[in-house]
Structures are given as structure tokens and as C-alpha cells.
Design a protein around this ligand. Sequence first.
Ligand SMILES: Cc1cc2nc3c(=O)[nH]c(=O)nc-3n(C[C@H](O)[C@H](O)[C@H](O)COP(=O)(O)OP(=O)(O)OC[C@H]3O[C@@H](n4cnc5c(N)ncnc54)[C@H](O)[C@@H]3O)c2cc1C
Length: 334
Amino acid sequence: MEPNGILIYGQLTENYTIEPVVLELLTKSRELKQKLWNQRVMTCIIGPRINYDEIIKTLGEYVSDEVIVVCDDRLKNYDKEYYSYIFTEIAKKNPSRVILIGATNQGKEIAPYTAAELETGLTADCTNLDISDNNLLLSTRPTFGGQLTADILCSTFPQMATVRANVFKSEKQWITPNVTFDWFDIDKIPKKIEIIEINKKAKSFNNIENAEILVSGGIGACHDNGFALIHELAYKLKAKVSGTRGAFEKAYISKSQQVGQTGKTVAPKLYLAFGISGANQHLAGINNKSKIIAVNNDKNAPVFKYADIAIIGDLFDIIPKLIDEIDKEEEYEQ
Ligand SMILES: Cc1cc2nc3c(=O)[nH]c(=O)nc-3n(C[C@H](O)[C@H](O)[C@H](O)COP(=O)(O)OP(=O)(O)OC[C@H]3O[C@@H](n4cnc5c(N)ncnc54)[C@H](O)[C@@H]3O)c2cc1C
């Protein structure tokens, strides 16, 4: 079969909805497929035996021409070996020009397995995609510590990329997809790892990727009660707390709260940056549609070049003032 179209890994959330990055990839694929003779876009979903109507409807809203569902109750929880094997077999059965996978923890495990099995290249952690003049996937990713971006063309097929969440917007249109259910004999999938028990970490607190407001701290906040103030302000604003790699290295935040090239990519409506210098590697993790308010006591801090509102001052003075203003506003409303 001739390679045709774009295959997307349709990662599900723990609650069996579609991961937002899949909808972002589908939206971007509408633009890519126009440059690929309008070839089909397929999404492959792997999960337990549940009703997939809502999921398929959502994928139709974001214009997946075809949806391939593989379901079995032994696929209830993500299992690296089962999921990687099944997705790769689906890719073999449906040879496509391009394979796109979200650069999530799952995606980062599945993509290299699939690339190795299909004997093709993989561009990881992309921040943009296009189709080149000679119809190859043009994958853009940060390089040299985020100082530069590299446009990468791979000459082997299928052309594979993992893409960070929040770098593309997701926009609805509407089609009714063709749906195929596929079946695998799970017992025959080669396995080296046996999952004995799954202990899930409470993660809602640290989940910064879908936050509307982020209150973020850098090294400038990493002493005295800097981060306590940041947490208090975040609480008042119903926001989440994030920070720089410096703040992570000083153990004021967890790795899952780090924004940037080696952390998370975020797209809040409002990003409040306290004591953050504005290194490229940090800013690479903030969607360019987010409004940034930066507070820094150095008027030459690079972050000010990117801030929508720049406040030159000491965060230890400014945060308590902001908290007071919010308290006054709340009293006034009561
Ligand atoms: C390969 C690579 C990958 C990287 N990945 C990431 C990444 O994913 N995320 C990331 O964040 N970094 C990353 N980094 C590190 C990055 O280069 C910077 O070193 C880091 O972002 C700086 O963190 P910072 O802004 O907290 O600290 P600093 O650069 O030290 O800035 C602290 C700022 O606080 C200000 N300040 C101090 N006191 C106060 C005060 N009282 N009130 C107000 N302002 C104050 C200072 O003026 C200064 O501008 C990476 C680096 C490399 C080489």
C-alpha cells in the first residue's frame, strides 16, 4: 500500500477524553494535508472497552477523516509495551507519509519504539511543523540550549515527529469520520515488564499545562518567604504555581512545575513572572499568546522585552500589595 496521509496517536486522558495535544495536532494537520494533496488524516485510539461515541464525535469536530479504535479491557491503563506495539502495528497496516505524536510522557515512550520498528527517523519535541517544497515534513525544534531553532528534514518514510502541547491552537470544524475497530490478541504481544500495581501520584496541584493563570517564580524569589508569597497570590487568583529551572534546582517547585525548554510548555491567559530573568530556555515554554506581567528589580532584565506589563521593583514589596488589593476587592464585592 502506498504511504498516504497523516497518522496521529490519539492519546486518551485518565478519564477517557482526548488529550488536548491531539486536537492541536488535528488542527495543524488540516493545514499540512492541504500541502499533501488533501490526503487523509487518521487518529488511532487505544483503550478499554467503553463507549467511544463522544471521543469519535470530538475527533470529527477537529476533522479526523478516519478513526481507528483498538479496545480491550487489558488496555484500561496505559501500558508501554501493549500501547507501543499496537500503535506500531496500526502504523504498519495503514502506511502513512507522516506520523504525529504529542510529546507527552506516553508519546515520548511510544514514538521511539515506533520509529525504530518502522526503521525511520524521529524529530522529537517539535515546536512547529510544515511541509517543505519537496513535500517532506519540515519539523522545527529548539537547539543549542534554546538559543536557536533548527528546521529538520528527514528523508525516510514515514516522517515522524513528537510535538509539544500548547504550541498549536485547536479549532473546531466538522466532519463525520470513518470509524474502524481493530482487534489484537493481547496475549500474543511480546512483554518483558509485568505491571504488579499502579500507584497514582496526586497531580492536579502540579498540572500547570492547562492552567488559565500561572504565578511563576524564579531565583529572585528563592529565599525568605518568596515562594510562600507566590503560593498565597496564586491561591487568591485561583492560579497554579510554576517556576524556572533555577527554582526547581533549589527545590522550591517540582519538576512538573518547571516551565521551559526542559520543562513544560504552557499557554495560560496570564503569566505572572516574579524574580525571573527571562532566559530563552524559560521563555521557550510560554505560548506567545499568553499575556506576561513581569516583576523584576533589574530594569535591564531580558524578561521585560517580552512582557506585556513590566514592573520594575522588589517582588517582596509588590506581591503583598497585590494580595492587599485582591483582599480589598473581595471585601468590596461582599
Ligand atoms: C539546555 C538548557 C535547558 C534549560 N532549560 C530550562 C527550562 O526548561 N526552564 C528554565 O526556566 N530554565 C532553563 N534553563 C536555564 C536558563 O538558561 C536560566 O538559567 C534560568 O531560566 C534562569 O532562571 P531564573 O530566571 O530563575 O534565574 P536568574 O537568571 O538568576 O534570574 C533571577 C532574576 O531575579 C531578579 N530578582 C532578584 N531578586 C529580586 C527581587 N527581590 N525582586 C524582583 N526580582 C528579583 C534578578 O534581577 C534576576 O533577573 C536551561 C538551560 C540550558 C542550558
